[in-house]
Design a protein around this ligand. Structure first.
Ligand code: ANZ
Length: 924
């Protein structure tokens, strides 16, 4: 058999697994199911670096482990293959994104296969494949054809809404719809034109077209969602983003706000991620009320969470974008206000919220009337009021709200505190200002004061209690090429669905992947981008779906990837159910993880799937950071000085490719060959070596610290890579990649190999029964592995394997009775070597078909005890003795011990106290 030839072994078993289709999962009702899922990757041109597989290794270990424990495991992999990078590349090179995507996928798949994952490749999905996206389009169609019924609290067919309109208009309808939806009777509905009816229906549909303020990114030529914008710049590429009004498709995710909030309670996710979702949804309980503008036929509606402070209102403030601003400006204020509004509007929401230092605003010149006490209060425009939240207007209470307080201080507006129960509740204490009586709600506790105030609003028809969510409806279109076309055509400016039989609506060819000359999306370049009906040809929608469309339901497609009549067979969806373990990055907390929960709830409502929550348990792996290496050039020279000597010179540091550094020592020849300008450099060495400096940074090409798993596999094998990635530290932690420790892991596998071989590299395995000590070493490891895997603590498992193999090596154990269970427990971590050793042990079938060994407590019972021996109260020696010896025997052994003899100096002890199983005390 020879030495541990990992290259041969790994290729061999990968072939066997694939050839025998050992990872293909199908329904097997005799076993419990386990669905392990990784967030599928976007296949980027750079290929995988060692950070990418971290999560996949963890899910692979769990998948293989669950299988050994008798579960029927589904562990698929696929590609989120629509997206911007392929399209940007297409714009630069003219290469069709489908071609680059295909190439990248091939590379990814090959890299993943090299790592020996137990993926069921027969279930692979690709979101850019028409056979896949026909179902993304189909789901869009169902959303378009549904509205959210608040009576039954679920999505319902738009047909039943139309039936209600025909019968009784919409006065009794309780549904989620646009704010400006008019009231109408059955007669009104009947008299509407077809176009008018369609216009009304759009106000109810879960996928709808409307004019919205969007994040427009001119450099990318597209709209971005809130979670794709970070601090006013696009997440991808870092281009500036501005606010703009456009006709856009949106998804009415706000209809699901409450269910998305509640659903979190039973999910086994980390608290920070749940909290991020809660904050994103941002539920506020409060009231909405209107203020009449003095001497004008205008009303201002505000949203407040503190209606109990209504007597403390000293001004109203409007968002600069508000349509109300213009009519409110009095002649004297005109130019000041308009100038101000222009500047304020273009700052992003986030900037305006986070910017606490600059307070800016302007008085409109108009006043409103507080209906509770008839007071006239000035109306201002203020930067800190956001157009997109609540009503875009606030009743300002500087005595109780910090932002209002700062604003009032700045502009010299009145500050007052109300005597109401609310004062007890720790609201912001205005540091100054008068204290006034809050009318009929004074002296009531906050909650009651609010209830009383809301009663007043409702009685006088000037407002009502209101629950507000911070979450907005999700913009659904992108003005880009490389995404799913929307299955929609336009007739007289109104959207209609294409016929289901015409799915998939395949992405058309275009001459360039750029917007048209008149600013239309790239699909505007396609020839005959029209839909033919009996009534003629109609233009198709030119925007495409956002990146999150395809990833919002892929976990269902894996269950049944080739189904041509349904997106998933309900029986299969029922069998596999929710994902039992989902592993992926925390960066998707408010994007993908909210959208997929939303779509799953919708699909549940329409009876298409049997589960409401897609991901029962989730772990977010930490990022593997790069460990950059540096060399130090003496300024103005061609000489590089080793790290330890660099302080003696005036140097500048330079990143060096980590792949030419080994244990921080630079390979000089490789360095010289790296770039032409380095060909003739000289070195100042320490101890004949050039040592590099090191620093932890993000893993990226520009820092030359990217480590390719292929290189590690070439050098050490996939099993070492897998073990090493787990060994780096707890899965959730961010940690640097540091190849310095990899040798230790590699040596461990060689040591394991040695247990099965004699000194001549011949297989040597004994059938003799195992000793107690050998069994103890083994069962300690079994116990630890089970406990660790229950806690997803992979790094500690690896340590316990190392301890076990060290102990067995010391015991020279080559017994089948021990080695067989050992390779089974190791097999989820290092599957190739385990499979090889399994066959060396004489097995014909794969180790995948074996069972995880049972832990037997009995083997862990200690057989020895190390007795501390103290002489005159001081611990002087330690003596291991078998448990179960009597007092006299223990004393005899203790007295005979060489160290004890030395301390006794020939004297006879006055007293020897023996506590069996504990301690020996000698008094001289
Ligand atoms: C009066 C008041 C008094 C308020 C008080 C708060 C404290 P959350 O909890 O986040 O929902 N507000 C309403 N719409 C706003 C907008 N478009 N832009 C900025 N601020 C807005 O916040 C709701 C509170 O934020 C509302 O309650 C309103 O100020 C303000 F002692 O009304 B409050």
């Amino acid at each position: 058999m020879g030495t541990y030839n990992f290259q041969e072994i790994e290729k061999k078993w990968q072939k066997v697994w694939e050839g025998n289709r050992l990872f293909e999962a199908s329904i097997d009702r005799s076993k419990p199911k386990f669905y392990a899922l990784d967030m599928f990757p976007y296949p980027s041109g750079a290929g995988l670096h060692v950070g990418h597989p971290l999560g996949y290794i963890a899910s692979d270990i769990i998948s293989r482990y669950k299988r050994l424990k008798g579960f029927n495991v589904l562990h698929p992999m696929g590609y989120d293959s629509f997206g911007l990078p392929a399209e940007q590349y297409a714009i630069q090179t003219g290469q069709h994104p489908a071609i680059t995507t295909e190439q990248n996928i091939r590379r990814y798949t090959e890299q993943l296969k090299n790592i020996g994952f137990a993926f069921d490749w027969s279930k692979e999905v690709r979101t850019s494949d028409p056979a896949y996206y026909r179902w993304t389009q189909w789901i869009f169609m169902q959303l378009f054809d549904s509205y959210y019924d608040l009576k039954t609290n679920k999505a319902t067919s738009i047909q039943s809404l139309i039936a209600t309109f025909k019968k009784e208009g919409n006065n009794e309808v309780m549904a989620v719809c646009d704010e400006d939806t008019p009231h109408f009777t059955a007669g009104d509905w009947d008299s509407l034109s077809e176009n008018e009816k369609q216009g009304i229906l759009l106000k109810y549909r879960l996928a709808f077209l409307s004019e919205t303020t969007v994040n427009w990114c001119p450099a990318l030529g597209t709209v971005l969602s809130n979670d794709e914008v970070k601090d006013g710049f696009s997440e991808r590429g870092g281009h500036p983003v501005e606010r703009k009004k456009m006709m856009q498709w949106s998804m009415r995710i706000t209809a699901y706000a409450e269910r998305l909030l509640h659903g979190l309670e039973n999910l086994d996710w980390s608290e920070p991620i749940k909290e991020m979702q809660r904050n994103w949804i941002g539920k506020s309980i409060g009231a909405e009320m209107v203020f009449q503008v003095k001497d004008q036929d205008l009303k201002i509606k505000v949203f407040t969470t503190r209606i109990d402070t209504i007597y403390g209102v000293t001004y109203l403030a409007l968002a600069p974008e508000s349509d109300l601003v213009n009519p409110l400006i009095t002649d004297g204020q005109k130019s000041t206000v308009q100038q101000y509004v222009e500047v304020a509007k273009n700052r992003s929401e986030r900037d305006r919220m986070s910017d606490v230092k600059t307070i800016s605003g302007v008085f409109t010149g108009s006043y409103a009337i507080n209906p509770f006490n008839g007071e006239e209060i000035p109306i201002w425009v203020a930067d800190y009021v956001l157009a997109g939240y609540g009503t875009g207007a606030v009743m300002a209470v500087p005595g109780h709200d910090e932002r209002d307080y700062n604003f009032a201080k700045h502009f010299g507006l009145e500050i007052r505190q109300v005597i109401a129960g609310s004062m007890e509740h720790g609201s912001f204490p205005g540091k100054d200002g008068t204290i006034i009586n809050s009318g009929f709600i004074s002296n009531l506790p906050m909650k009651e004061a609010m209830e009383k105030a809301i009663e007043f609003l409702e009685k006088n028809k000037i407002g009502k209690g209101k629950i507000q969510y911070r979450m907005r409806d999700a913009i659904f279109t992108r003005q880009r090429y490389w995404g799913e076309p929307l299955p929609v055509y336009f007739k007289e400016g109104l959207p209609y669905l294409i016929h289901e039989n015409d799915l998939p609506l395949v992405l058309p060819e275009v001459d360039k992947y750029l917007p048209t000359a008149d600013g239309e999306p790239p699909l505007g370049r396609a020839k005959n981008w029209t839909y033919t009906t009996d009534e003629g040809d109609f233009p198709l929608e030119k925007s495409t779906m956002p990146g999150w469309a395809g990833s919002s339901w892929y976990f269902f497609r894996y269950m049944d990837p080739n189904n041509e009549t349904k997106f998933v067979d309900p029986e299969k969806a029922k069998y596999w159910g929710a994902v039992d373990l989902y592993i992926g990055g925390a960066e998707h907390a408010t994007g993908h993880l909210l959208y997929s929960r939303f779509w799953t709830k919708f699909l549940y409502d329409i009876g298409a799937v049997p589960i409401e929550e897609p991901f029962q348990k989730m772990i977010n792996q930490g990022m593997i950071q790069g460990r950059s290496n540096f060399v130090y050039r003496i300024k103005g020279t061609n000489t590089f000085v080793s790290h330890g000597l660099k302080d003696e010179y005036d140097t500048s540091s330079m990143h060096v490719d980590v792949n030419m550094v080994y244990n921080d020592q630079l390979n000089l020849a490789q360095f010289k060959a790296w770039r032409p300008d380095l060909e003739n450099v000289e070195f100042i060495l320490e101890n004949d070596k050039y040592l590099c400096g090191a620093e932890v940074e993000k893993m990226s090409k520009s820092r030359y610290n990217v480590v390719n798993p292929d290189d590690i596999i070439e050098r050490y094998g996939a099993d070492t890579l897998r073990l090493y990635e787990m060994f780096l530290g707890p899965l959730e932690q961010f940690k640097p990649w540091n190849t310095n420790g990899i040798d230790g892991v590699f040596k461990f596998l060689k040591k394991l190999w040695r247990l099965f071989h004699d000194n001549n590299d011949k297989v040597s395995i004994s059938d003799a029964p195992a000793t107690q000590e050998e069994l103890k070493a083994l069962h300690k490891a079994i116990k630890k592995t089970e406990e660790d895997l229950a806690n997803y603590s992979f790094n500690t498992s690896v340590s316990s394997f190392m301890i076990c193999v060290n102990e067995l090596t010391a015991l020279k154990c080559n017994k089948k009775a021990v080695l067989e269970p050992l390779v089974i427990i190791l097999s989820p971590f290092a599957p190739h070597i385990a499979e090889e050793l399994w066959s060396i042990l004489g097995h014909q079938s794969s180790i995948l078909e074996s069972n995880f060994p049972n832990f037997e407590e009995g083997h862990l019972v200690e057989s020895n005890h190390e007795y501390p021996i103290s002489i005159n109260g001081r611990m002087r020696a330690k003596l291991p003795l078998p448990l179960g010896l009597g007092r006299e025997e223990i004393e005899k052994f203790a007295m005979a011990d060489a160290t004890v003899q030395k301390w006794l100096e020939g004297k006879t002890p006055k007293k020897v106290i023996v506590v069996p199983g504990k301690i020996v005390n000698i008094v001289i």
